[in-house]
Ligand binder design. Structure first.
Ligand code: XMP
Length: 429
């Protein structure tokens, strides 16, 4: 293994991830582990240089103050007790903290700043090869950031022992399935199974208007299609997963209850339970992107804006019809193209169109036109829990409106959603 590691033990802090990121920003790899790590678990971790006991508001569990196990104090590694709440609340306390940690990491532990993507990739390639041997790995490649990066990493490690399956459910954005095929099959030479399941999904969704019902149908059908493909393949023993560190951290720790369950694997039948390969599980999102770039993926894929799993299915509001689905896909493509052209791509966190199940009267070619309308949404957010409206130049909105009403068949009106979250959610369904 290439990189030194500083271990952060969770003694009830709510700032474990932030501390881990702070130290990684100094170029030193970190992992967060539970306070009661055992001697053998500790011994299994490579290149540990020191341990930070990260205390905080959740340190008292069931009335008892938790502490690290004797294994930690007896390990011989430098140990420091740290508590964000206990640090001096001076205006420059950020620097004080940072200096304290920096000096522990570099002076006390003598850690080297050797955490970088090249080393990470080299280490993971070796670990993946060791885990998988000459067996095959199956991966659901959606084209999202995490699945694309994990696919590229697995490809580098095991080449055609990786079988990627891309399910086109008809709810992807314009050009996405084609880009997945182009990048992975043509450029990276991947063994990619492309499944056209458009009719299947749209038939299942016919006349279903309730958003949660739509989500359930899309999720369940996805698993069914993936399972069918898996059964056609021989000799698969592993399942690749684009799990990343926040997924794991949000699954809860011994001191903090789960924010959300880590459900990525869910749904495959018993006889298809594969061993998981999750090489990104220790990376934060920005590190996943850096890893993707280092592996040669295009920036458009690595910096892709968030896109919900049910895709355009929750942006074609109410019961999905093919004409409105095409209208939302085309209008979204125009919006994205104009945002890119006008330098808004990196400035706005999420932007898209939605199409309500509403027609309005308009005029086209001097005739009455009873057509659909399209809603533009563009928001900024840090954590998707709240979101604000990004001011978009009025002229640009006018230009986009003109393009959508001229170029998208069946759309004669464009609306702009000015609602922050709350009270709106980011998506309309
Ligand atoms: P809301 O609409 O809840 O969205 O404000 C917050 C963020 O989550 C995304 N989103 C989803 N992502 N499956 C997903 O994978 C879903 O069903 C889903 N619904 C919303 C949304 O795009 C936004 O980034």
């Amino acid at each position: 293994m290439k990189q030194d590691m500083i271990l952060i033990l969770d003694l009830g802090s709510e700032e474990n991830a932030r501390l881990a990121r702070e130290i990684r920003a100094m170029g030193v790899y970190t992992e967060i582990h539970p306070h009661d790590i055992t001697a053998s678990e500790l011994a299994a971790l490579p290149n540990v240089k020191g341990i930070i006991l990260n205390g905080g508001v959740n340190r008292v569990v069931d009335g008892v103050e938790i502490d690290a196990s004797d294994a930690v104090y007896d390990s011989g590694f430098p140990v420091i007790a740290y508590d964000h709440q206990g640090a001096p609340a001076l205006p420059d306390s950020g620097d004080v903290r940072e200096n304290l940690i920096r000096s522990f990491v570099f002076d006390t532990c003598k850690a080297e700043a050797n955490w970088n993507m090249k080393n990470f990739i080299e280490d993971q390639v070796e670990l993946i090869r060791r885990q998988v041997g000459d067996k095959k790995v199956l991966l659901a490649l959606s084209g999202g950031v995490d699945s694309s990066v994990v696919a590229a990493l697995l490809l580098k490690a095991i080449g055609n022992q990786l079988v990627s399956v891309h399910v086109n459910h008809g709810l992807l954005r314009k050009g996405e399935p084609e880009e997945v095929v182009r990048v992975f099959r043509e450029e990276l030479n991947a063994n990619l199974v492309y499944v056209d399941a458009i009719d299947r999904f749209l038939d299942k969704l016919k006349d279903v208007a309730d958003p949660e019902e739509k989500r359930k149908i899309i999720g369940a059908e996805f698993i069914r299609v993936f399972e069918e493909e898996a059964r056609k393949l021989e000799g698969i023993e592993f399942l690749g997963q684009g799990t990343i560190y926040p997924d794991i951290i949000e699954s809860g720790t011994k001191t903090v209850k789960a924010v959300k369950s880590h459900h990525n694997v869910g749904g495959l039948p018993e006889d298809l339970q594969f061993e998981l390969v999750e090489p990104l599980k220790m990376l934060f999102k920005d590190e996943v992107r850096a890893c993707g770039l280092e592996l040669g993926l295009p920036a458009s894929m690595v910096y892709r804006q968030p896109f919900p799993g049910p895709g355009l299915g929750v942006r074609c509001l109410g019961a999905i019809t093919r004409d409105r689905l095409e209208a939302v896909r085309e209008s979204d493509a125009i919006l994205r193209e104009e945002f890119a052209k006008n330098g808004l791509e990196g400035k706005v966190w999420q932007y898209f169109t939605a199409i309500p199940d509403v027609k309005s009267v308009g005029v086209r070619d001097n005739k009455r036109a009873f057509e659909w309308c399209v809603i533009i949404r563009a928001v900024n957010t840090i954590d998707a829990m709240t979101a604000s409206i990004e001011p978009i130049p009025y002229e640009l909105l006018g230009h986009i409106t003109e393009r959508i009403t001229n170029e998208v068949p069946g759309v004669n009106r464009v609306l702009y959603d000015l609602t922050p979250k709350p009270t709106g959610t980011i998506e309309w369904e």
